[in-house]
Design a protein around this ligand. Structure first.
Ligand SMILES: N[C@@H](CCC(=O)N[C@@H](CS)C(=O)NCC(=O)O)C(=O)O
Length: 342
């Protein structure tokens, strides 16, 4: 099938799904969330480090903590969130119909998604698409997957990037697609595919779910840009601001040295004007967001700064051990940069 035909096949369902969304939710999401008494957050059903329920049904991960941070800012309570798992195919309709207030689900910000029906206020994690292969294949580069069969998930950017990458290099490949990561991993493990492709950050956890993680390797290369961003509905600027500034508060706090561990102690010390503004001790910066002055303090106190959240869910102290890489602060050579709270 020519490349363009394949692209059309993949992108039309997205637009059709969005157009067919039952009732378009309207209006003031923050007011609705406050009136309801909790946030409803769309997450993935099981991506280790991003959103995954534990044995007790408690959700963990970077996306989960982002939703908890929003709840902390709004309610002073990070537990006032309901998590609703979303498949890759259904996630955008769930947002459109109002089933969820925000989509925090390892979702890549692309132009077609942004212009079809939603907004992406801020990039919370910079990623790229990778490949998991058996070590016994003896390969170290993606181009060595010429003539390979690749397992991946439907309705994702992974599908589109793979087509681009192999076709532009004149390499042949076969794709087998599945509706969720459990099926995709199952097929890869059963030997149906030579490689499992998805966002590199997801592959760290997927590899650990295999029966023998040591027998598999994530290739070094990333073949695409996958900027993960929370999704909100179009036409609600106030909610979009709050979602963006929730992330920026965590970045600015990290840059200013305000951590979950020291934030309460700091409040009693002599502080720089910048730290005072973040903690809500100077100025009225919560007002513009429809929140109290201590909104950013609440986020760090209950959930942590971005570095705390990264370390807890993805860092060296976790089984995933994902390097900060592009997600380091800009002051440390990364891309995470928060505009000033002032
Ligand atoms: N970032 C890509 C891929 C996102 C995606 O759906 N990844 C899959 C593969 S790890 C996933 O989250 N699966 C979780 C699930 O099926 O519950 C996108 O936005 O299209």
């Amino acid at each position: 099938m020519p490349r363009n035909a394949r692209m059309r096949l993949v992108s039309i369902p997205l637009l059709a799904l969005l157009a067919a969304a039952p009732t378009l939710a309207q209006g003031d999401t923050l007011a609705q969330v406050k009136a309801r008494g909790h946030l409803v957050c769309g997450v993935s059903g099981g991506v280790a480090g991003f959103s995954m329920p534990d044995g007790q049904g408690r959700w963990h991960g970077l996306d989960v903590d982002f939703c908890r941070a929003l709840a902390a800012a709004i309610f002073d309570d990070p537990d006032k969130v309901r998590f609703i798992p979303q498949s890759s195919a259904a996630r955008f309709t769930a947002l459109q119909s109002g089933e969820i207030d925000v989509l925090a689900r390892n979702t890549t910000w692309t132009l077609s998604r942004d212009t079809a029906a939603m907004n992406f206020p801020v990039i919370t994690f910079f990623d790229g698409q990778g490949f998991l292969v058996r070590k016994s294949l003896g390969i170290s580069q993606v181009k060595q997957l010429d003539r390979a069969t690749i397992c991946l998930q439907q309705g994702t950017t992974t599908e589109l990037n793979t087509a681009d990458w192999f076709r532009t290099r004149g390499l042949s490949y076969q794709v087998v697609t599945f509706a969720n990561s459990e099926q995709t991993l199952g097929a890869y493990e059963s030997g149906r595919c030579d490689a499992y492709s998805t966002d590199k950050s997801s592959l760290y956890g997927e590899r650990l779910k295999t029966a023998h993680p040591d027998e598999h390797v994530i290739l070094e290369e990333a073949i695409s840009k996958e900027p993960f961003a929370p999704g909100v509905r179009q036409g609600d600027d106030a909610w979009r601001d709050l979602v963006a500034w929730t992330h920026y508060a965590m970045i600015d706090a990290e840059e200013a040295g305000i951590t979950q561990e020291n934030v309460d102690r700091l409040r009693g010390e002599t502080l720089s004007p910048e730290v005072k503004r973040i903690l809500g001790l100077e100025g009225k910066y919560g007002q513009g967001l429809g929140l109290t002055g201590d909104w950013a303090y609440r986020i760090v106190h209950h959930v942590g700064n971005y570095g705390d959240v990264f370390a807890r869910n993805l860092g060296d102290g976790t089984p995933l051990k994902i390097p900060r890489g592009l997600n380091a602060l800009w002051t440390n050579g990364g891309l995470q940069y928060g505009p000033p709270i002032r």
